[in-house]
Ligand binder design. Structure first.
Ligand code: SF4
Length: 378
């Protein structure tokens, strides 16, 4: 008989230490600058990036100005995996990561010789918070027969305990591969993404019971009502959302896959179930199309996020300019933990590379598309 998972609930509103709760995050959200301040900060950041020979990598969920700045200055705006890959392969010795802490840590793990800075080191993630390394290690130790697969949204120490790290786009393929090899899986931390992969692959998966504060709030019943109002809209859902939301999706995918669907699908209206920061990229990539946020309000709604991550919102022009000015807020990862964690990350990168390599140039495009389904950034 398997040991049941006893996870302590995370009380986001009342942090016990470290000041990482939702209220703290919202209180630390930078004030909106005036048009004059905004122009001055943008010019200052551009100048400092050059002076410091630094590159800015930003997540799709952060402030639109930071996304634009990353692209305009030769950095990148992307998902967590592509941010880390881009940072690793870029010649700059200093990376400024506009996102949340595990993204800075992943960048450091993949680029240990680079300086990694972040606008606010308290910007964390409910999935990371909900999976403390000591409890997770004990859980893994209690199930030594299982292959440990963790999501990117975890601390370096949790990645170090894992056999594989995966992103939302490739997790399904990797679990399917392990299932075909007869492996039983221990999955952490997101219960919704784990449940989705379990359903799709039929794998034997023991799930840690974490969730994303933002995606957990999307409501299936209210989404159904919204779809009735917009019968021609296509529904794009990130798989960190609850199963009754995922079940209504036309496309379930990672942030990059959702943006690609918004651009490529033959529809002019989309209902989007992920952090609303992504709408900036969708609107610029697919101008003329209409994007509607999936509902977070309704019965039993708590709306701690209202479709926007409070920790992503801690990144702003002001604190970005300050870290570049002071070269402060550096991310450090214990080198011994980094050496272990990089193995689980590289397994995923090698798996993706091997899968892509199987497709010869000029191969049948339909087959190629099928093969690449799920390969790509998170
Ligand atoms: S949106 Fe969710 S998964 Fe992403 S950083 Fe915020 S809490 Fe974590």
């Amino acid at each position: 008989m398997e040991q049941t998972i006893a996870i302590k609930p995370i009380e986001y509103e009342h942090p016990s230490e470290g000041g990482s709760c939702v209220a703290h995050a919202w209180a630390r959200t930078p004030a909106t600058p005036s048009p004059e301040q905004r122009a001055e900060l943008i010019a200052r950041i551009k100048r400092l990036l050059k002076e410091r020979e630094a590159v800015l990598v930003a997540h799709y969920y952060v402030d639109a100005d930071l996304q634009d700045l990353a692209e305009e200055t030769g950095g990148c705006v992307s998902d967590s995996l592509e941010m880390a890959r881009f940072g690793r392969d870029h010649p700059a010795k200093t990376l400024v990561v506009a996102g949340v802490r595990f993204m800075g840590e992943t960048a450091k793990i993949l680029s240990p010789d680079k300086t990694i800075l972040m606008p606010d080191l308290d910007a964390t993630c409910s999935l990371d918070l909900g999976c403390p390394a000591d409890e997770f290690t004990a859980f893994c130790d209690a199930h030594p027969d299982r292959t440990v697969v963790v999501y990117a949204n975890t601390s370096a120490a949790v990645k170090a305990r894992a056999d594989w790290m995966v992103t939302s786009s490739i997790g399904l393929d990797i679990v399917k591969h392990l299932h075909e090899q007869g492996k039983k899986i221990l999955w952490a931390p997101d219960k919704h993404l784990g449940g989705y992969i379990q359903k799709e692959t039929g794998a034997d998966m023991l799930l840690w019971q974490g969730s994303c504060l933002v995606h957990d709030e999307f409501k299936g019943v209210e989404l159904d009502l919204l779809k009735a109002e917009y019968p021609n809209a296509k529904v794009l859902v990130h798989p960190e959302s609850p199963a009754n939301v995922v079940a209504q999706a036309d496309v379930v995918g990672s942030t990059s896959q959702m943006i690609a669907a918004a651009v490529n699908m033959d529809a002019d209206t989309f209902i989007v179930a992920t952090d609303n920061g992504i709408l900036h990229k969708m609107r610029t990539a697919a101008p003329g199309k209409t994007f509607i946020e999936a509902p977070t309000a309704g019965n039993s709604a708590t709306c701690k996020s209202c479709a926007h991550c409070p920790w992503m919102a801690m990144n702003g022009l002001q604190n970005l300019a300050e870290v570049l000015e002071n070269m402060g807020n550096e991310i450090h990862v214990d080198p011994e933990i980094g050496k272990l964690a990089v193995k689980s990350i590289n397994r995923m990168l090698d798996f993706a590379a091997a899968k892509k390599a199987k497709v010869a140039p000029g191969a049948d495009l339909a087959r190629e598309a099928k093969l690449f389904k799920g390969i790509g950034p998170a």
